[in-house]
Ligand binder design. Structure first.
Ligand SMILES: Cc1ncc(COP(=O)(O)O)c(C=O)c1O
Length: 398
């Protein structure tokens, strides 16, 4: 037997890829050949209805966002070519940070190059060896990865279960003062929301701090679109709020906002902030324009929720198992992986694109087709998505 070699570990992924291709194409490598609108694209030469983006407010093609990006390209060039610590910040970065802090009514804001980096950077700045992290079991991979980076002791508590969190914090006793609780606003796979009021009460009782990732809830929840922290009336008690520009704001980048002055020191201590290039000027400019749209057009949020209610009710009434509550993320849950693959391919053949999520990415080891709704979907498009899934229900329920 020859000694194991570095590249041997790719035999598993290679086999999995071959199996995926044998099902009629690779659902993890869909090519959008042309974008027709926020809800339609040409895929495989065919006009396809997009029900698998995170373009919740449909802002990716808004003329004012595009114009702001074009102006920044012309004024500042294509890229920053360096990190903010080494190469300096542009006025745009500081302006966006101030606007985000003002939007939340909090004292401080910091922008990161991606939402992923915002999670890694916030966790790495806040926690280190000797600290503790209480992480919701269904948290996003970026939060898990960020926890690994810290060297802190990591405890998982049962998804959305404030009592389980309470029990675990009680066991930590005095160590709670060095503990960060980490949750999301809306969870990305099933679209369910964190019971933030309960979680805040528990973390306050034990003297822990709270970080909330509002990636899927910024612009989606709360009277002003500030997320689940606003919807649950606990904005000022969430110690660190993080989020991304890549979903409702239609750009890329991430942020952290807080009343804790320590956030301003992340610039000196957070490696995922320091050791990466500052976000491109055009991207920051489109994000600022999109944030302005989010703030001034509450009708987008209303339309998003009308569409979410319409799709959730229709998919549920067909008989599919869906997530626990109405949400712009409508998960069609399927037990068998093969059924999920067949359903995904059949929907694509009928011109509807969704996200296929297979184990181990799913919360319960099952598979799911993740539909996401946009304010830009017309009622007719929402009905088309449900018609297609009504026609295909035999693949799951037959
Ligand atoms: C809950 C959550 N947090 C963070 C991220 C990372 O954001 P980004 O893709 O903008 O880096 C995602 C992305 O899917 C997410 O779903």
């Amino acid at each position: 037997m020859s000694a194991p070699r570095l590249l041997d570990k790719f035999s598993g992924p290679q086999k999995a890829r071959k199996e995926l291709l044998a099902t009629g194409g690779d659902p993890t490598n869909v090519i959008l050949e042309r974008i027709l609108s926020p809800t339609e694209a040409i895929i495989d030469g065919r006009k396809t209805l997009l029900a698998g983006t995170n373009n919740y407010l449909g802002l990716t093609l808004y003329p004012e966002c595009i114009a702001a990006g074009q102006k920044a390209l012309a004024d500042f060039g294509t890229g920053t070519t360096g990190s903010r610590m080494a190469s300096g910040s542009y006025t745009l970065h500081g302006a966006l940070e101030a606007e985000l802090a003002e939007f939340y009514g909090l004292a401080h804001g910091l922008v990161f190059s991606t939402g992923y980096a915002a999670n890694l950077g916030t966790l790495a700045a806040l926690c280190g060896a000797g600290d503790n992290i209480m992480l919701d079991a269904d948290a996003h991979a970026s939060l898990y990865d960020g926890c690994q980076l810290t060297g802190a002791e990591i405890f998982r508590f049962r998804h959305n279960d404030a009592n389980d969190l309470d029990k675990r914090l009680r066991r930590l006793g005095e160590r709670c003062g060095r503990t960060l609780v980490v949750v999301e606003g809306i969870y990305s796979m099933l679209g369910d929301r964190a019971p933030l009021a309960d979680i805040v009460a528990v973390k306050d009782r034990h003297g822990a701090l709270l970080m909330v990732d509002e990636a899927h809830s910024l612009g989606v929840l709360g009277e002003h679109g500030r997320g689940q922290v606003e919807a649950d009336g606990v904005l000022s008690q969430a110690d660190f709020i993080v989020g991304t520009f890549s979903k409702s704001l239609g750009a890329t980048g991430g942020f952290c906002v807080s009343n804790h002055a320590e956030l301003t020191l992340f610039r000196y201590t957070s490696r995922p902030f320091i050791f990466t290039a500052a976000p491109c000027p055009s991207v920051v400019a489109t994000t600022r324009a999109a944030l302005h749209c989010l703030r001034t057009r509450p009708q987008l949020r209303e339309r998003l929720w009308e569409n979410a209610r319409r799709l959730y009710a229709a998919i549920k009434s067909i008989g599919y198992t869906v997530g626990p509550e109405v949400s712009p993320v409508v998960a069609i849950r399927v037990t068998a992986r093969e059924q999920a693959l067949a359903l995904w391919h059949a929907a694509m053949e009928q011109g509807v694109y969704t996200n296929l999520v297979l184990p181990p990415t799913t919360p319960d080891g099952g598979s799911l087709l993740r539909c996401s709704v946009s304010a830009a979907h017309s009622p007719r498009q929402i009905d088309r998505i449900s018609e297609v899934f009504a026609g295909l229900s035999g693949l799951v329920h037959g």
